[in-house]
Ligand binder design. Structure first.
Ligand code: AMP
Ligand code: ZN
Length: 667
């Protein structure tokens, strides 16, 4: 592909991605699968990687973050980001209406959902996003531009170029993504986010924007803070205008003149509140007309022309039909209540976690009982209390044997959890494998839970090490597997062998060792061999490491099963040390400048660049007389020609690796 072909292909892809992105993210009406969408995005990334000069600031690829932002800078909001006054009853809303009538005579209102996320300001100059910041205390917030750029529903470039615009919106996590995230956190035995609002705030205020990118946040924009170049007269008009600019505005906003119509809209939203894709904790009523707003004014904290209505948490009675007990990755037994289905805050609820043995004892929950369920802004339903016991009911006893393998369960001192201690427990094995291959761990693409379950059921895998010894022919015979998918799987498995060390440590699924702790361990002990002999005391000295974490990790590495597993993984060719740290002292490329072009057979450009920098070299984007080497892959473009003209040595990937002395880490 030459640059002209690439330019055309990139333009076409951007148009398609834009179109389908609009369908999916803004209109909630996708025409193609997520997978196909991701594939187009990936193709575009490929082109942009090969021809970096074709990257535009508004390219959809620029939505996906990677760089770590250092620290949040303070941002002073030139228009304060005000709060809202809350109402909890219809009477208060009528009272609000009386005040508005007294002030302006004939008010008209717009009613919107009150999105439950965190408030941000977005600033655009000449139609390009220049800054995104949190509300903070309303006057000073934090600069989170890098993180906001990763949110796909935030336009990086507006459809019309206007000199300056500042808007306000709410960043949130959809209910669906929230439930997925919590499930993953529970699987990893991390403390899950309590509600979508916390999840949104926690995900946006990350130092590493690639984490924000993974969390799939969304935005609704509901206000213009400042605008230059156009005059708007009322709220509805401004929302329509924002929609035209490409913003995602509230899914419905209508103008009402009668307060009874406002109240029925509030009731309607309340009844439907659990059925929306976004979390909400109320409705907001705003005066539509801007001249009227000015007349009414603000207090020091909130506008007097708007009012929030907060819905009460909904509670309902139902019958507890059964208690199911599942086994988690580290063997923890978790009881789940199965209920007679009830409609609660807009969704049908038939299950809720009962947490652990203590929770059940404390509330004295028994099978057959009539219980009270509640769902608040929190979208996870919970058991508030037992209303009455079933006749002849008996206190519930947790099983004494693991429901999956039948081994006796134990309860360790000071812990609420019951646990199956059998490391061969199939339920545990499956959870363990799911964790092992997951994106934050070994990141083995194409090994979904369904495939892993089949592998376990068919006795093909008894430990994570077995993933590296799979008999391809047998895997191919499994349901829904074909030659192509097995090839892809094998490639992903192969690739995972050269992962950074922290991934392996995290993948081992050591209790209390999350991804962050794994990174700390890898930094301090840059090889598994060092970890196998490290003591708890040594680990506790790591900054950010607690006593429990150190104890848990040291115990784990001292187990004979661990040594055995590590040996098997090592035999399979899994990387056991951290190259980055170990090679820090190697400066063999010092003073050399490299230019990369084309597609390399094994390395991505990013990997090659990392290697060069690790060895003290520099990477530059254009060829000049100062260039030491050009590393050229397939379909190399104009840079190769230029290098030839200037007589600069051109390296293949193999030659490059020889130069680096890095043959052994080739994939
Ligand atoms: P509170 O957090 O209870 O003080 O409520 C005020 C917050 O509601 C503001 O900071 C906004 O971020 C948020 N909010 C959510 N949806 C809307 C909306 N449609 N209009 C105005 N504010 C909203
Ligand atoms: Zn078991």
């Amino acid at each position: 592909m030459d640059i002209e072909q690439a330019r055309k292909a990139a333009e076409k892809l951007r148009q398609q991605i834009e179109y389908h992105g609009q369908k999916y993210y803004v209109e909630d009406n996708p025409e193609i699968s997520d997978y196909d969408y991701d594939m187009m995005l990936r193709e575009l990334e490929g082109i942009e990687l090969a021809f970096p000069e074709l990257v535009t600031p508004d390219s959809p690829t620029q939505h996906v973050g990677g760089a770590a932002s250092s620290k949040f800078e303070p941002v002073t909001h030139s228009v304060p980001m005000e709060s809202l006054h809350d109402s909890f009853s219809e009477e208060e809303i009528r009272e609000f209406d009386r005040k508005m009538k007294a002030a302006v005579g004939t008010p008209a209102y717009v009613v919107e959902p009150k999105f439950d996320g965190l408030s941000v300001s977005l600033e655009y100059r000449n139609g390009i996003l220049i800054r995104g910041s949190t509300r903070g205390d309303g006057v000073v917030g934090e600069d989170v531009t890098e993180n906001i750029r990763t949110i796909r529903t935030v336009p990086l470039q507006l459809k019309k170029s206007i000199p300056f615009l500042e808007v306000r919106g709410e960043i949130y996590m959809s209910n669906e993504n929230f439930l997925k995230l919590v499930e993953k956190q529970e699987l990893n035995e991390e403390r899950p986010f309590k509600n979508p609002r916390n999840a949104a705030a926690g995900s946006l205020r990350q130092k590493d924007s690639s984490i924000t990118a993974q969390r799939n946040l969304d935005i609704y924009v509901f206000n213009i803070q400042q605008i230059e170049g156009i005059e708007l007269h009322n709220h509805k008009e401004s929302l329509d205008y924002l929609t035209d600019l490409g913003f995602r505005t509230p899914p419905f906003y209508h103008v009402y003149e009668n307060i009874e119509d406002v109240l029925s809209e509030i009731r309607r939203i309340g009844e439907l509140r659990g059925t929306f894709s976004f979390p909400l904790d109320g409705a907001v009523i705003k005066i539509n007309d801007f001249a009227q707003r000015n007349l009414i004014g603000s207090t020091s904290k909130f506008p007097k022309w708007a009012e929030a209505f907060k819905y009460p948490p909904e509670e309902k009675e139902t019958v507890l039909l059964d208690i199911q007990v599942n086994v988690g990755r580290t063997g923890v037994l978790t009881p789940t209540g199965i209920f007679e289905p009830v409609l609660l805050a807009g969704t049908t609820v038939s299950r809720a976690t009962l947490h652990n043995e203590d929770f059940i004892k404390e509330k004295d929950v028994r099978i057959g009982d009539t219980v009270v369920l509640r769902k608040a802004g929190e979208i996870i339903p919970e058991v508030v209390a037992v209303k009455r016991h079933a006749p002849q009911s008996k206190p519930y006893e947790m099983p004494v044997r693991c429901p999956s393998c039948g081994s006796p369960v134990v309860r360790e001192e000071g812990e609420a959890a019951l646990r199956c201690d059998n490391t061969d427990c199939p339920a545990q094995l499956l959870r363990h494998l799911i964790h092992f291959v997951s994106r934050d761990a070994m990141d083995i693409d194409g090994m979904g839970p369904a495939l892993l379950e089949q592998l376990v059921q068919n006795d093909l895998v008894h430990s994570p090490a077995d993933l590296y010894q799979l008999d391809k022919e047998r895997v191919e015979q499994l349901e829904r597997m074909g030659k192509k998918s097995v090839e892809n799987m094998a490639a992903a498995i192969e690739k995972s062998k050269s992962n950074e060390l922290y991934r392996l440590i995290y993948a081992l699924g050591i209790r209390h060792i999350g991804q962050k702790a794994a990174k700390l361990l890898a930094k301090e002990f840059p090889s598994i061999d060092q970890l196998l002999t490290a003591t708890a005391e040594e680990m506790e000295e790591i900054d950010g490491f607690g006593h429990i974490m150190a104890q848990s990790a040291a115990c784990y590495f001292a187990l004979p099963q661990t040594t055995e597993l590590i040996q098997k993984l090592r035999d399979a060719g899994v990387q056991m040390r951290d190259l980055k740290v170990e090679e820090k002292t190697d400066h063999r490329l010092e003073g050399k400048t490299f230019v990369l072009t084309g597609t390399l057979p094994h390395y991505t450009r990013q990997q090659a660049s990392q290697l060069i920098e690790k060895l003290g070299g520099k990477v530059s984007s254009s060829v000049s007389k100062k260039t030491s080497y050009v590393l050229a892959g397939e379909e190399a473009g104009s840079k190769l020609a230029k290098a030839e003209k200037l007589g600069i040595p051109i390296l293949s990937e193999d030659e490059f690796l020889n130069l680096c002395g890095q043959e052994e880490i080739g994939e």
